[in-house]
Ligand binder design. Structure first.
Ligand SMILES: O=C(O)CCC(=O)C(=O)O
Ligand SMILES: [Fe+2]
Length: 217
């Protein structure tokens, strides 16, 4: 495919180094601006068509709706559009880069659009569900074309020791990309004042629990 690379190749070495050294990476202008615009258009259309599902916590039968913990609405990426296919292909390449550099054994990437209406948030959490190690590396791509200083909705990253310190606060502006170790990096979405659009994704390793293969969602 022609056109600029989806993930700025200059960011790959810093991304790998940051994951190894501190367990998380954040940078602006990582993902191609035109692709971010196409993905933003898609999520806004999904929101307008009421095609987003209220997100819950936990998987399968343990899935619970808890607006006091998490207030976004989601739509899983299923390769439905050229923009989705392009983003998923780029994450496939990132998966290979991470496997080569870090021997993580990542075998799959799952991702959903997330739309946070004004006033919503996602309280501090880890992305790997209790007792399971299937999600290894979390990713977030932000899609809002601009984000005012007082817009709220930042993602805060915390240290994982007994007295958590805030290590970073990420403005959810288009092109900004973050990734971090799913099992060890606590993070939260602070209450947003404006509709906030992103794609959250996870590189997974297969993990079986009680002799059954862990389902993807
Ligand atoms: O959108 C973000 O900044 C983080 C979202 C998140 O933590 C999640 O979906 O698990
Ligand atoms: Fe998360």
């Amino acid at each position: 495919m022609s056109g600029p690379p989806v993930v700025d190749p200059r960011q790959l070495a810093p991304l790998v180094d940051a994951l190894v050294e501190q367990g998380w990476f954040v940078a602006e202008d990582v993902v191609d601006a035109e692709l971010c615009r196409a993905l933003y258009t898609e999520i806004i259309q999904l929101a307008e068509r009421d095609a987003l599902a209220v997100a819950g916590i936990g998987r399968g039968r343990e899935h619970l709706l808890r607006r006091d913990i998490r207030g976004d609405a989601i739509h899983w990426l299923e390769r439905e559009s050229p923009a989705q296919r392009r983003y998923l292909a780029a994450m496939g390449e990132l998966q290979q880069t991470l496997n080569r550099a870090l021997y993580l054994g990542l075998f799959e990437f799952e991702a959903h659009f997330a739309h946070y209406p004004p006033g919503s948030f996602y309280k501090t959490h880890l992305d790997s569900f209790q007792g399971r190690t299937n999600r290894v590396v979390s990713t977030v791509l932000y899609l809002n074309p601009e984000w005012p200083i007082d817009g709220g909705g930042e993602m805060a990253i915390y240290s994982s020791d007994s007295t958590p310190r805030e290590l970073a606060r990420v403005r959810p502006e288009a092109g900004t990309f973050t990734c971090f170790l799913s099992e060890t990096v606590p993070h939260e979405v602070l209450p947003t004042r404006l509709p906030r659009a992103s794609i959250a994704g996870w590189f997974r390793r297969n993990a079986s629990l009680g002799g059954r293969v862990d389902p993807a969602r």
